[in-house]
Design a binder for this molecule. Sequence first.
Ligand SMILES: Nc1ncnc2c1ncn2[C@@H]1O[C@H](COP(=O)(O)OP(=O)(O)OP(=O)(O)O)[C@@H](O)[C@H]1O
Ligand SMILES: [Mg+2]
Length: 456
Amino acid sequence: MSDWLIPLAITVATACTVLLAWRKLHSVSLWLAVGYPLKALHVYFTWGNVAHGCTLTRKRRRWRYTLDGLPVLGHASITLSRKRKIRRVDIDKPPRLGIIRPCRLGFRVNVKLMDGQTPDDYAARLSNLAHAWRVHSVRLISWKPGRVTLLATNGDPLATVATPVLSEGLLRVRVGLLETGAPWVLDFRTVPHWLNTGATQSGKSTLLNALITGLSAQPVALVGFDLKGGVELTSYGRRLSAIATERAECLGLLDDLICLVKTRMALCRTNKARNVWKLPEDLRPTPVVVLVDEVAELFLMAHKGEKDEIASTATALLRLAQLGRAFGVYLFVCGQRVGSDLGPGVTALRSQLSGRVCHRVNDPETATMTLGDSDPAALDAARQIPANMPGTAIVVGEDGRWYRARSVYVSEEVAEAAAQAHADLAPKWADLLTAADLLTVTDAELEALAREGEPT
Ligand SMILES: Nc1ncnc2c1ncn2[C@@H]1O[C@H](COP(=O)(O)OP(=O)(O)OP(=O)(O)O)[C@@H](O)[C@H]1O
Ligand SMILES: [Mg+2]
């Protein structure tokens, strides 16, 4: 017996060593050559049972060669009432699986929806599918009428994010990676205002750094609100057109921004344009991106005397959010919590910030506050972000779906260097406000337009 046992042991040991070395040297080719064919066979052969277990099957009547039931008559006597024959019976039919196509992260597959199914039926069973297919995660990456595309990933693509921050056109910045392997792009033209929340040390300011790095190279004006004494944004001061680090400065700067919006309204009205993007290129004003680090600081009341100031701040920020989109003023608001406990204006402001980024949170309420409570899976995913993966977040953007994503790590030094390098692109604040003589928009008109923009 030992004649064949020793060569067998040597062959198995050699094969294991080769596979381990291969995985270490080039895991992607190992996956494509060995792992993927085995996984595809596993998925195809188990699909009927998996779909049934996930309640994705539908009953169909099919012709089958079957036996009737075996009725038991009397004491342990069995009688066949009918013979085996072809008849129509109910069977569980799984949805049709398309071709399983390999990719660097794992595999993707199309699934044809059965009668009455919607993409949400699959979105609700992604973790069941991940367990059944023995993969790290399954995501629904796209859908067309009657079909969904699932992406199964072998490992966590967000474990290391090395893609560089890239400016992808005016007001578009690639800040990281989505779990689907696609770049994570913040696009202010599509989603004008963003809310970025998370517990302390979850990666909010690092995302802001990535954004500043990308926007610095673009012809846009950056404005900062940093009531943490300026520690976060002052170092980018040369690229910022204006910065407020104290409450009194905040109100002044917000007044200026409202004034800027009024000027742009007047300009649009004169040129019969509905928004600044419809203006002729030579008249189009510079877009302004307003960065707020720790919004709670704007609303915290040290003593009662600050009540009016805070109310004015809340109103001005809300106005900016309501009107900014049309007049080229965009908001990126960061905070640990952005809830009604901060004051009456905060919930209204939050509802205007349609882009949402929820980093790791300590309590479910913050996740609900940021992501809404429409999709419990998104809330679960936000709560499951581990503390050792800062920068990971749940993102809801232009298509309304949620994605797990991670920002690329951009240190303050790198962001500062980018801000310094493009300091000449920072328009002077006074220059941005010069067109104030055009101002023919009254406060009442501004109010009326803002009300038009309010969500119903
Ligand atoms: N995308 C990322 N990749 C890797 N590490 C990250 C990432 N984002 C953040 N970190 C790490 O987490 C630390 C804290 O990040 P950051 O300062 O952005 O947190 P924060 O949410 O702004 O915290 P706070 O609320 O206290 O200001 C960073 O110093 C960095 O070491
Ligand atoms: Mg921070």
